[in-house]
Structure formats: structure tokens, C-alpha cells
Ligand binder design. Structure first.
Ligand code: UDX
Length: 447
């Protein structure tokens, strides 16, 4: 199949590259000519494990190409995937659809023959109808149809998620369009993919409902973690015992500083707004949003407690800035409110992240970015783990101890080996269980 992917950001680039990998002829389009030139030279503008090699390999075979010229890319295409951003509008939190609609208008002008337009961007229910109206208004002398095919890629493991999907959702009422999109996914490379056929509106809802449910699961376990601290439980054991129930499942039960990233915060907000516009109140999701927002700043209060009630004039080492491991993405990272609050309380912050420092430097002022975790911990009164990078789990604790001014580790991801940390002479604070040398009761009371 010949496929055009419009938008060479995170979703478009991963999807386009993987479509090429499973045998399709793909042209990725972006309106930023510098990005296109860089991609042609094999420079991938985002950090995603394995993506560089896959882009290079498929570009070399000729199955993956890049252009800034949409008309050229649409020539002879069977399907055009829209994968442009839908950021929240600053005024009201609704997903901003201007990029999607602009692309739809451009497709309606530049398509040259029968074409299935597939929406991969995360869009509010009913967007497919709007896009279809835009296409039909152009009165082109060939078939144009719109399908919803949401993506479920997690940053850091996106290629694996694409190649081994739990499900592929295809939302369309049009048999011809449905057949074309099904054929794109029914190939050997994706053998066994569970294809779910549904209406376009249901497909649009599946994406939001799935993300909202996962956000709710994380928020739930975070609150149970608070309760564990209050009553003397251990969240790791509680999560394990709960998750072994196959009706619940063990994934997304890691307690931490609150969810972030490019999807959960934006999608939960957009879903609750859409629901209200239809006179439905999603109380659970609205509460999830509020609890998660509060949690991030509350994490800074925990640091205060661990530091004896104040961080004024103290140096805090922050290990990990990205919203999760294996990405350079800082969007809605818990590190942002935590660091800002610590600075508000008078702390000096030194930070290290293996991939996200360039993006973090655009956000933070007065943070000293360091070349590794040891340098960040130099002279620190406390070391906070904010992202669960593997290298922090196995850090040389003896060397770390030599760097710090005070031996205090606050592990907001529960990834450090507690016994070894304590054996190395650190006081250890964590999430959802009483740390080895101190209690978190104060911080819960403060929240
Ligand atoms: C998410 C969805 O998983 C994916 O299907 C969708 O298409 C895009 O949004 P992503 O944002 O890449 O993917 O990250 P994910 O791994 O889902 O994590 C989201 C946030 O939840 C992160 O801040 C992460 O640290 C947090 N999280 C996740 C937890 O706090 N605990 C968990 O157990 C899991």
C-alpha cells in the first residue's frame, strides 16, 4: 500500500517508520522543511529507543521518504494518515483542532484520486464528521472517506507497541475505507493484531476512555500509597496483591509523583470538557485531574518534611527530569511543579537527566544542569529521584555518598534498592511505605 503520513512529530514519525517496516511505501510530510531535511540525512528530532536505526534502514530501502510537499506525497496514495498535534487551548482546555482542520482542507485541495483519510491524532468525538464535511465540500471527482484509527503508543516503547499492539481500532461506517485500512494492518509483520471494527465516533471515544482509565488507575494507586504510609502498609505489596486479580491487572499500578506526559493530562481534560459540552459530568475523571494536579506540588512538601521542615538555603539534587524514563519529553513532567515549588521555598536545584536536559533548559531558570548524577549530587542536602531511569536504580551508592553534603535520598519513584541505600549510610524516604529510617506521616497531614 502507498501511505502518506502528515505530521512528522512523535506519532507520525513512529507510525510512518513502522508502516514502512511492515512493508508499505510511506511518505512522511511535515510543514517544517528543516525537519524534513534533517530526516533525509538520518537525523531523528526526537529521542525514542530504536527509532533512528529503523528510520535509517527503511529510508535506505526506499520504503520511507520525507517531503514538505503534500501534493507530491499524496500522489498515488491509498491512505493519508493525519498525525498532527491537538494541544489544549490555553483559554478553555479543549483540544485545539486548528492543525487537523487545516490539514483536512489541504488534503481536499491536493488529493489526486480515491483516498482514505485516517485520523491518528487524538481528537474529540465528532472530529471525523467535521473532517468529512471539509473533504466533501471540495466536490472532488473521486472518493474521499474518513476513518478514525487512534494510536496507543507509549513513549519509550513506541516501536514495540506499534509492532505488537494489544489492538488496532478502526472506526468507520464506510466498507471501502474500512477494507483499505484493515489491509494496511493485516500484514505478516503485525501477525495476530487484534483488529477492532467500530463506528468512527466509538473509535474516537475509545482512545480518550482508555487514557482516562489508565490515568484513573495511577491516581487510585497513588492515593492507596498515601493510605499505606498512614497505616503502615507497603504499596508494592498492596499493588501486587491487587494487580494479580486478572480483572484488574498488574500494569499501571506503580505509585509515584503523579502522571504527566503529552497525553494523560491533556486527554483527561479534553474528555471532561467534551462530556460537559454534552451535559454529562465525568465526576471520576474530573476528580482524577484535580488529585493528580495537587499531588505534584505535594511531592515538594514531602521533600520539605524529609529536610526537617525547610529547604531554604539548601541544595537539592534532582535525578530525572523527563515525565518518565526512556524519553526526552518534559511535557507536564512532575519535575516541573516539584522543582518550581522547591525554588519557591528557597532551595538551590542541581539536576541531571540522561536525555531531557536540553528540553528542560527551555523551561527552568536557575537550575544547574550537570553532566551526571554524581555531579548533580555534589554538595547536596538531599537527592530526589523524580524519573525512573535504569541508571539511578543501579547507581554506585558509595560514590554518591562521597558527593553529598547530607546523606538523604527521597525516592519519588520507588526504584532505588532500599536496603543497599540504607546500608550505604543514607536516610531513605519513598512513596507508599514508611521509609527505612523515618515516617512520612507529616507530609500526608500537610497535603
Ligand atoms: C500514554 C498511553 O499509555 C498511550 O497508550 C497513549 O497513546 C499516549 O499516552 P505515554 O504518555 O507515553 O503513553 O506514557 P505512559 O507510559 O502511559 O505513562 C504516562 C504517565 O503515567 C507517566 O507520567 C508515568 O510516569 C505515569 N505512570 C505510568 C505512573 O505514574 N505509574 C504507572 O504505573 C504507569
Amino acid at each position: 500500500m502507498k501511505i502518506t503520513v502528515i505530521g512528522s512529530g512523535y506519532v507520525g514519525l513512529v507510525a510512518g517508520t513502522c508502516f514502512a517496516e511492515i512493508g508499505h511505501d510511506v511518505v512522511c510530510v511535515d510543514n517544517d522543511p528543516r525537519k524534513i531535511e534533517a530526516l533525509k540525512q538520518g537525523q531523528v528530532p526526537i529521542y525514542e529507543p530504536g527509532l533512528d536505526a529503523l528510520v535509517k534502514k527503511n529510508h535506505e530501502t526506499g520504503r520511507l521518504n520525507f517531503t514538505a510537499d503534500l501534493a507530491d506525497a499524496l500522489n498515488g496514495a491509498h491512505a493519508a494518515f493525519i498525525a498532527v498535534g491537538t494541544p489544549p487551548r490555553p483559554t478553555d482546555g479543549h483540544a485545539d483542532m486548528k492543525y487537523v482542520y487545516a490539514v483536512a482542507r489541504e488534503i481536499s485541495e491536493k488529493a489526486t484520486g480515491d483516498l482514505v483519510v485516517v485520523n491518528k491524532s487524538t481528537v474529540p468525538v465528532g472530529t471525523g464528521d467535521e473532517v468529512e464535511q471539509i473533504l466533501l465540500k471540495a466536490h472532488r471527482p473521486f472518493k474521499l472517506a474518513v476513518v478514525s484509527n487512534p494510536e496507543f503508543l507509549r513513549e519509550g516503547v513506541a516501536i514495540d507497541d506499534f509492532m505488537r499492539p494489544d489492538r488496532v481500532v478502526i472506526g468507520s461506517e464506510n466498507d471501502w475505507a474500512k477494507k483499505i485500512v484493515s489491509a494496511i494492518y493485516e500484514v505478516d509483520g503485525l501477525a495476530g493484531a487484534n483488529i477492532v471494527h467500530t463506528s468512527r465516533r466509538s473509535a474516537e471515544l475509545i482512545k480518550y476512555a482508555a487514557n482516562a482509565f489508565l490515568a484513573m488507575k495511577i491516581t487510585f494507586i497513588n492515593e492507596i500509597a498515601d493510605l499505606c504510609e498512614a497505616v503502615g502498609g507497603d504499596i508494592r505489596h498492596v499493588a501486587n496483591g491487587v494487580g494479580l486479580d486478572s480483572r484488574i491487572g498488574s500494569k499501571f499500578l506503580n505509585a509515584g509523583p503523579g502522571y504527566g506526559g503529552s497525553c494523560f493530562p491533556k486527554d483527561t481534560l479534553a474528555l471532561s470538557k467534551t462530556a460537559r459540552d454534552h451535559r454529562v459530568q465525568l465526576r471520576t475523571i474530573e476528580t482524577v485531574i484535580q488529585v493528580n494536579d495537587n499531588r505534584k506540588r505535594a511531592m515538594a512538601l514531602r521533600v520539605l518534611d524529609a529536610c526537617g521542615g525547610s529547604v531554604h538555603g539548601k541544595t537539592i539534587a534532582v535525578l530525572g527530569l523527563a515525565f518518565k524514563a526512556d524519553t526526552d519529553d518534559m511535557r507536564d513532567s512532575p519535575a516541573i511543579p516539584v522543582i518550581q515549588a522547591l525554588q519557591d521555598f528557597g532551595a538551590t536545584v542541581r539536576a541531571y537527566d540522561p536525555e531531557a536536559m536540553e528540553n528542560a533548559a527551555k523551561i527552568f531558570h536557575d537550575v544547574t544542569f550537570c553532566e551526571d548524577a554524581f555531579s548533580a549530587s555534589n554538595g547536596a542536602d538531599a537527592v530526589i529521584v523524580l524519573t525512573e531511569w535504569d541508571q539511578f536504580k543501579t547507581i554506585d551508592l558509595k560514590q554518591l555518598k562521597k558527593q553529598v553534603a547530607a546523606p538523604l535520598v527521597i525516592d519519588l519513584r520507588n526504584v532505588m534498592p532500599e536496603d543497599a541505600v540504607v546500608a550505604a549510610g543514607f536516610e531513605y524516604w519513598c512513596i507508599g511505605r514508611t521509609g527505612s529510617t523515618t515516617s512520612l506521616q507529616h507530609s500526608i497531614a500537610a497535603e
